[in-house]
Design a protein around this ligand. Structure first.
Ligand code: 0RA
Length: 640
């Protein structure tokens, strides 16, 4: 290396480059979201996203991710290869520019259809900045090139030609910097989930994961793209329209891909993406989709005379029950909005999606009368159920069953009238109810025993549950009413605690109750009023001492400790039900605020319970069987 070249190494642009990469190292969170496990994986996503861009542009058909034993990673693709010619602005190779200048990724390289993900497409330079070592190999124009970097993006040497090759592509290997990341341990499943999703969204690309730490490998290739994705989302469910609806269409500069398949569940599962980036908060593409879907189904139902069945009513929510759909749009300049940048904002996309779906979904209904009839039938069923549920609620309320009714005799109320300090324990079974009534602190703890058998109705429909005597009592005890008269401010307790046995029946009843709350009192969960009690699984004792264990691991720990401390005989009692505990034990282990552990129910827990409920109660037998088999050995975690 000559002296003049050496000085040019420290030119103004180099200083800028170093400052840029230094900024990334100073505040990694701004570029990759954080330095925890998600941030770490972001390094892989960054490189893979670039390879996916190549695939979307039609130049790449294979992407391979290798996790090495030392948790360094190699991503290989057979795209065009990062350009290597001299870059005018920086005076360096395009490759070095891409790897050392922030946001340089898509700025050059021709008019290739390069759609990059905005926030997420921060550029491979960020990966370089956060690695102790990075090696880039490019195959392009019959030639192989290599350049290496160290210490957060400093070139070890100039770009080198290393031989002739017949293929094209890019191979990037990097070692995440332990000074930046809290833990450097890649998660096989996490990478695989992401690769699967990307493979669905980019049809025709082969993606492969090789984990050299464990010798596990897995690959994906989906000819059907998001059509396969929607089928995957539904693999556990009973399908309504066998052949999914699928369309791919370009309008203006937006590419639109939509797949729709209904299931007999109550839930809606719509996944939307813009430039392969998940948009959990929706946005203009989702708005356009919903408008068009409701209208197309309603128009078809009207035309075919079906709409008479519900006196002309078909609401958006009826069309969304059991709906599974994937919507993927790709556009040159996506605007991501909202707190977490998880919502698409481009206004033109709404009409574009609406136009495409209106035309092609109506066409699909016309052309596939069997599927169309099944879909309309499902939507009308939802509408009828909604109308019936409302009528049932109205009847319950009109009958005055809830109003003016005195508190049920089964309820052992607390003396406090301050809701913020009061707790309602919903206890499974009369015997446990008895123990907890005796064991409680009656100033602020109320007990409502529920007879499991009554709740445990096979195929219980939620709207039927409302007519169950047990549930009515529960609603009266809570004091906030239901339906039109519902007022959460009237809740008599700000802690509702579900206390069931640690067995299959207990888990079943808990699922049922969670589902009941989730569907009828979502606000209660949002406010954090709903809890699950955690009774111990074991009492381990030696002599006068007694300790309680809430998991098998805890029991083993206590045993280990006791064995080294005592020669006394150690007894282990396995509690099969709450009923086996006396009032004092119940208080000490599960009800005393000083000692108990309560699980606060989140919307996610409840939603999962709802899914499990649909599965356990629904008609699709196979997934139910499979679920029960997989979980039979793990009854404590049957649902949440
Ligand atoms: C800039 C421009 C072009 C491609 C790429 C970057 C590119 C980056 C990565 C990162 C991993 N694999 C990649 N493959 C390509 C366009 C290339 C052209 O116009 O020839």
């Amino acid at each position: 290396m000559t002296a003049s070249k050496k000085t040019s190494k420290y030119g103004a642009s180099d200083i800028q480059v170093l400052e840029g990469l230094q900024a990334v190292r100073k505040r990694p969170g701004m570029y990759i979201g954080g330095t925890g496990i998600d941030g770490l994986h972001h390094l892989i996503w960054e490189v893979v996203d670039n390879a996916i861009d190549e695939a979307m542009a039609g130049f790449c058909s294979e992407i391979k991710v290798i996790v090495h034993p030392d948790n360094s990673v190699t991503v290989t693709d057979n795209g065009r290869g990062i350009p290597v010619e001299r870059h005018k602005q920086t005076g360096k190779s395009a490759l070095e520019t891409v790897l050392t200048v922030l946001h340089a990724g898509g700025k050059f390289g021709g008019e290739g259809y390069k759609v990059s993900g905005g926030l997420h497409g921060v550029g491979v330079s960020v990966v370089n900045a956060l690695s102790t070592h990075l090696r880039a190999e490019v195959h392009r124009d019959g030639q192989a090139y290599v350049q290496e970097y160290k210490d957060g993006g400093k070139p070890v040497s100039a770009l080198k030609k290393t031989g002739k090759v017949a293929d094209t592509g890019t191979i990037i290997s990097f070692n995440p910097d332990p000074k930046i990341f809290e833990v450097i341990e890649f998660d096989y499943q996490k990478i695989l989930d992401r690769l699967r999703q990307q493979a669905y969204l980019t049809k025709g690309v082969h993606v492969k994961l090789i984990d050299e730490r464990t010798s596990k490998t897995y690959g994906y290739y989906f000819e059907g793209g998001i059509k396969s994705y929607v089928e995957h989302l539904n693999h556990n469910k009973e399908i309504v329209n066998k052949e999914p609806f699928y369309v791919e269409k370009q309008i203006g500069s937006t590419n639109i891909e939509i797949a729709v398949q209904y299931t007999d569940s109550y839930k809606e599962n719509v996944q939307s993406f813009a430039n392969n980036i998940l948009t959990p908060e929706g946005g203009t593409h989702i708005t356009g989709f919903r408008t068009a879907l409701t209208k197309a189904i309603k128009d078809y139902a009207k035309k075919t005379g079906f709409l008479k069945e519900t006196d002309g009513t078909l609401a958006g929510e009826d069309v969304r029950e059991g709906l599974s759909a994937v919507i993927s749009v790709k556009l040159p300049d996506p605007q991501f909005e909202g707190q977490t940048k998880a919502k698409l904002g481009n206004p033109e996309v709404q009409n574009q999606v609406q136009t495409v779906l209106s035309e092609y979904f109506s066409y699909y209904l016309e052309e596939n009368p069997t599927e169309a009839k099944a879909i309309i039938g499902k939507c009308l069923l939802s509408a009828r159920a909604r109308l019936a549920a409302r009528a049932a609620r109205d009847t319950v309320i009109r009958k005055g069953a809830l109003e003016g009714m005195t508190l049920p005799g089964k309820l052992a109320d607390c003396s406090s009238k301050d809701a913020s300090k009061s707790e309602l324990y919903i206890v499974e079974g009369d015997s446990a109810g008895g123990s907890s009534k005796q064991g409680r602190d009656r100033t602020f703890q109320a007990i409502l025993p529920l007879r499991g058998k009554i709740l445990n109705v096979e195929k219980a429909r939620i709207d039927k549950m409302l007519s169950s005597e047990e549930i009515k009592i529960l609603i009266i005890a809570m004091g906030a009413g239901i339906g039109e008269n519902y007022d959460i401010e009237k809740m008599r307790y700000h802690r509702i605690i579900i206390m069931t046995d640690a067995d299959v029946d207990g888990a079943h009843i808990r699922t049922l109750l969670l589902t009941f709350f989730y569907r009828n009192f979502p606000e209660l969960i949002e406010r954090g009023y709903l809890y699950i009690a955690q009774p111990p699984l074991y009492a381990v004792g030696s002599g006068k001492n007694k300790e309680y264990a809430y998991t098998d691991a805890e029991k083993d720990k206590i045993l280990e400790k006791l064995k080294s401390k005592t020669d006394n005989k150690i007894s282990i009692q396995r509690y099969k039900g709450l009923g086996e505990m006396n009032p004092e034990q119940l208080w000490n282990t599960t009800m005393d605020p000083e000692k108990r552990v309560l699980l606060q129910v989140t919307a996610e827990d409840a939603e999962r319970a709802d899914e499990v409920f649909s599965m356990l109660m629904g008609d699709a037998v196979d997934p139910r069987k499979r679920f029960i088999q997989t979980h039979a050995a793990n009854v404590r975690n049957l649902d949440v």
